[in-house]
Structure formats: structure tokens, C-alpha cells
Write a protein that binds this ligand. Structure first.
Ligand SMILES: [Mg+2]
Ligand SMILES: [Zn+2]
Length: 112
């Protein structure tokens, strides 16, 4: 299954309900699922981590559909030719400062 197949599948399964709920409330569900993933990474079994990764991808996919975004196209356009900043694979950019050193200081670095 490609990412596009998956997005189509999730849209067919949940698109109608998700559209009725609206993207802002759907985003709250997504954030809740990210919290479940955090917990599974910290202390879950492999089966639990698999389930939570799948949930987060499903909610991300549904929001992409609601926004008229094809996730596969967007991901390929940004990351398909190496790191968006240095163009290398693996990335050769300098490691950003750690969270501790950032605290009270500079802005959180984002992916180019
Ligand atoms: Mg979940
Ligand atoms: Zn890079």
C-alpha cells in the first residue's frame, strides 16, 4: 500500500464523519492520538506502538484530505530529493542545540 492508497482508504472510511466534525475538532483528536503515541513510546509494547503509529498516520491523513493535500505528493516534493536544507542523504546539517540549551533562548529549529 502506498501513502496515497492509505490516504484514499482513510478518506473512504472516515471522510464523511471527519468533514462533519470539522478540521479544528479533528486536529484535537489528532493531538490526543499523538499523546497516546508518546505514552506507547515511553512504556508500550511493540504491538501498542504499532497501533499508535497507525492512529497518528490515519488522523494526519484525514486532515490532509480535509485540506485538499495529497500527502504522498507533499512528502515527495519536500523530502524526496534529500534533506530540504543541505540536499544530502543522510543529512549533513549541523545538529541543532539541545532542548535544554534552547530553553529561554532561541526559537525551536524547524525542518527547512
Ligand atoms: Mg490511539
Ligand atoms: Zn540537511
Amino acid at each position: 500500500m502506498t501513502l496515497r492508497d492509505f490516504q484514499d482508504l482513510i478518506e473512504a472510511q472516515y471522510g464523511r464523519k471527519d468533514t462533519r466534525r470539522g478540521i479544528e475538532r479533528t486536529f484535537l483528536w489528532f493531538v490526543e492520538e499523538v499523546g497516546e503515541l508518546a505514552e506507547a513510546i515511553r512504556r508500550g509494547t511493540k504491538a501498542e506502538r504499532e497501533e499508535e503509529f497507525a492512529d497518528v498516520l490515519a488522523w494526519l491523513s484525514t486532515m490532509a484530505s480535509m485540506s485538499g493535500i495529497d500527502l504522498e505528493t507533499a512528502a515527495r516534493a519536500k523530502y524526496g530529493r534529500g534533506c530540504p536544507r543541505c540536499r544530502a542523504t543522510p543529512c549533513r546539517c549541523a545538529e541543532p542545540p539541545s532542548a535544554d540549551r534552547r530553553r529561554g533562548g532561541g526559537k525551536r529549529p524547524k525542518r527547512a
